[in-house]
Design a protein around this ligand. Structure first.
Ligand SMILES: [Fe+2]
Ligand SMILES: [Fe+2]
Length: 474
């Protein structure tokens, strides 16, 4: 299962033995590189970036670090090794051998799952393409680019499945993945959050904390799939995803740390004074958190969904950590609580567990997200600042599902349109908030130096020295 880097497309799937597939992917490769040149990180084509590249597919010790030009990054196809005798862990096919090929009757649904996942990968690169121009340090610039090349590789992962298992439809979908554009009015990306702008670095860190975490939960569910190639490719993607969430959590944490330092120096919690000192006030950080949290909530889809039920019963998409759940893994007759609007209030009702799988995954995500928010709160607490960040209610600011029909505040109270309008500036970033954060942005390109609004990281990437040149401009 070792990775073959002598090939045009590095891989551990024996591509050289399948000439038809190899030719098809070699045909897609230049289109991918054109897309990267057009929509990848702006102005970065000649930079030497200290990137990690996969050298093995084992969970530990797969990374090799070196300076490379991003267009020369070795995007490739890496699957975790097959598990001998793997069986399907849930649904109607529970206990049967995992599929090595696409079962005809599930073909359309499987393709839809792969395309929807695949579409998010290039979308985030497009959303983040201007951020390099305003990176607060070389360390952060490198992390942005690392995330971007790996999202590019995630696209490769899904395109490999489309080409290898879906014939002509798959090749057409692979082309369409390079044609949609984040935020485009005529040909947008499939999911809402992936058409939002990522205009500044606070938004970037919130995005990698919350939205890449949605990626983690979706990939974990697909890693349970009865379609073995999908399970194996998403397992390897998860090892890369962990770094993206680290970038988000540590990035927000460093902004908080710097803000608290300034608050203590000024002995003030007045946002105007904090802003005048050139750092982001904590209430603004809370509003960004509320925005990215709520937009990410919608990515899990409708609370009650017959598609989710079908994906599960047919063995295509499992639950988060399916193997650790002690039940019959078919969900026959089981119930799960979901929220509904009843007489102008939120009410908890029981839905068939099979139909409430989106809601269950959303709840798993909320638990995981809150743990990191508590780690941010410990930074604030340690600084002696009496302020706490909080995840908004999961019904807050929803655009998808039955809860999108009402105005719901961050505490989960249904409010009138007038009350919403008079308070929304306290709950979500206003144009003025965004303009203020934008005013702080500006590229810091000297090794070891950081913008005033963010603290340096606790340690360097791959334990490099504090003044290491993570990016060399040419
Ligand atoms: Fe990804
Ligand atoms: Fe990611």
């Amino acid at each position: 299962m070792s990775i073959d880097y002598s090939e045009k497309i590095p891989n551990n799937v024996g591509l050289a033995d399948n000439r038809t597939l190899q030719r098809a992917l070699e045909h897609w490769q230049p289109a991918y590189l054109d897309w990267w040149a057009d929509m990848g990180p702006e102005g970065s084509q000649n930079f030497d970036v200290y990137l990690r590249t996969a050298v093995s597919v084992e969970p530990n010790g797969w990374a090799h670090f070196d300076h490379v030009k991003m267009p020369d990054y070795r995007w490739g196809i890496f699957l975790t090794p097959p598990e001998a005798g793997r069986t399907i862990g849930f649904g109607a096919h529970k206990g049967e051998p995992a599929w090595q090929d696409v079962p005809g009757e599930h073909r359309a649904n499987l393709r839809r799952l792969i395309v929807t996942q695949g579409d998010t990968e290039p979308a985030s690169v497009e959303q983040q393409r201007h951020l390099g121009l305003t990176a607060p340090s070389l360390y952060d610039l490198r992390n942005l680019f690392q995330v971007n090349v790996e999202e590019g590789r995630h696209l490769w992962a899904m395109v490999y499945l489309l080409h290898a298992y879906f014939g002509r439809d798959g090749r057409e979908e692979a082309e369409a993945l390079l044609e949609r554009r984040s935020g485009d009015a005529d040909n947008p990306r499939i999911l809402g959050a992936f058409n939002e702008r990522t205009p500044d670095w606070l938004a970037f860190f919130m995005f990698t904390y919350f939205t890449d975490r949605d990626g983690k939960f979706q990939l974990c569910s697909l890693a349970e799939s009865g379609f073995d190639p999908l399970a194996r490719t998403t397992r390897f993607m998860l090892t890369e995803e962990a770094h993206h969430m680290f970038v988000g959590e540590s990035g927000v944490g460093r902004i908080i740390q710097r803000t608290c330092e300034v608050m203590n120096q000024l002995k003030s919690d007045d946002p105007a004074q904090i802003r005048a000192a050139g750092v982001v006030d904590l209430p603004t950080i809370q509003r960004y958190l509320n925005f990215h949290f709520s937009v990410t909530m919608d990515l899990f889809g409708s609370d009650v969904s017959s598609n989710a039920a079908t994906f599960y019963s047919t063995g295509l998409k499992g639950r988060f950590e399916e193997g650790k759940i002690a039940d019959d893994h078919t969900l026959a007759g089981a119930a799960y609580p979901v929220l509904e609007l009843r007489d102008g209030r939120l009410a908890t009702v029981e839905a068939p567990a099979l139909n409430a799988l989106n809601e269950k995954l959303r709840d798993d995500f909320v638990r995981d997200s809150k743990a990191g928010i508590e780690r941010w709160n410990r930074i604030i607490e340690k600084a002696g600042v009496p302020f706490r960040l909080k995840a908004p209610h999961k019904a807050f600011n929803r655009r998808i599902g039955p809860l999108s029909g009402a105005r719901i505040d961050p505490d989960g109270n249904v409010v009138t349109e007038a009350a919403w309008n008079s308070s929304v500036a306290q709950w979500l970033p206003s144009e003025a908030d965004r303009a203020f954060v934008a005013s702080l942005m500006g590229r810091v390109a000297e090794p070891g130096k950081y913008a005033n609004w963010i603290a340096p990281p606790a340690r360097g990437i791959n334990n490099q020295a504090a003044d290491f040149a993570y990016v060399r401009f040419n």
